[in-house]
Design a protein around this ligand. Structure first.
Ligand code: BV8
Length: 253
């Protein structure tokens, strides 16, 4: 495979300035500088727990109190996490009327929204939202982040105000299908964009890992921002190996 022409950061900036449509796929790495643990890096979330123990419907059915304890623990840790310059730069870039900018995030921490970004595509859900296991009731607890209010880890799992069955975190667990409408919007955006930035993801989780490949196949300029190479690196037009909190603002500055 011939070596890719590697664009410099200035060339990427110019591509972004000239683009009519930009899509940004973000992963846990964009929130790392906010203090949110990543999933697979050193000290990553899964390092302490095995995903199949906690982030699956089977685990929840088996022990809802244990799974709720883990999510409440993660919510509590998030209370001290604020959006960083990367989140803020994307929220600011998204209001430019000359250029469409869509953020597709694998993150459930809600920091893109808290940074002021209108409607990110949260393809793995949001830790501050809950949904009933039986009826279609949904609860948004984002106000708990602002009020710094999280129930005790061992508090009983919440009940649905509609049908009194259990509420669960409104996130996509392993083995669960992503919301087909959200996923379709993500793939359509990838197909139509001029530039795709892939920020802070190990590109290990599917089907999210396919989104940059759809953009590439449709002819987009593909740029990765990470601390280390990933399975996507060799398919990128540029890989900027530096912290997202420094690089993303530079690209849109
Ligand atoms: C499904 C919510 C089927 C829960 C999450 C095909 C191939 C292989 C496997 C599969 C496949 N198809 C399906 C699978 C199985 C599975 C999967 O992908 N497994 C992998 C792990 C092998 N996928 C699924 O189960 C999906 N469902 O396919 O269902 C189906 C189909 C039809 C009908 C029914 C069923 C569901 C996947 C969603 C799982 N939920 N989260 C929760 O979090 O509690 S995934 C979880 O991983 C998070 O959402 C996270 O965002 C995501 C991806 O991780 P990353 O974001 O990439 O984070 P990571 O730590 O890995 O990497 C961070 C990166 O940032 C690193 O590269 C690091 O270097 C970098 N970084 C660190 N600091 C910085 C930085 N970069 C820049 N700056 C910094 N400062």
């Amino acid at each position: 495979m011939p070596a890719k022409s590697r664009l410099s950061i200035d060339e990427v900036r110019h591509r972004l300035a000239d683009a009519a449509s930009v899509v940004v796929l973000t992963g846990a790495g964009i929130s790392a500088e906010s203090g949110v643990p990543t999933y697979r890096g050193t000290g990553g979330l899964w390092k302490n727990f095995r995903a199949q123990d906690l982030a699956t419907l089977e685990a929840f059915d088996r022990d809802p109190a244990l799974v709720w304890g883990w999510y409440r623990n993660r919510r509590r840790a998030l209370l001290d996490c604020k959006p960083n310059p990367a989140h803020r730069a994307l929220a600011a870039a998204a209001v430019n009327p000359e250029r469409e900018l869509i953020v597709i995030t694998q993150n459930i921490d809600g920091l893109h929204t808290i940074a002021g970004l209108a409607d990110p595509l949260e393809i793995h859900g949001n830790i501050w939202r809950e949904k009933c296991v039986r009826c279609r009731h949904r609860v948004d607890r984002t106000a708990d982040y602002t009020a710094r209010r999280v129930p005790a880890e061992d508090a009983p799992p919440p009940k649905c105000p509609g049908c009194d069955d259990l509420l669960r975190p409104d996130v996509v667990w392993f083995g669960e299908q992503l919301d087909p409408l959200l996923l379709d919007s993500a793939f359509r955006a990838a197909e139509a964009c001029d530039v795709m930035l892939v920020v802070g993801t190990s590109c290990e989780v599917h089907p999210a890992a396919l989104i940059p490949l759809v953009a590439r196949k449709a002819g987009a300029c593909l740029v990765e921002i990470n601390l280390e190479p990933t399975p996507l690196t060799e398919r990128c037009d540029a890989s900027l190996f530096a912290p997202a909190g420094q690089t993303v603002p530079e690209l849109f500055g």
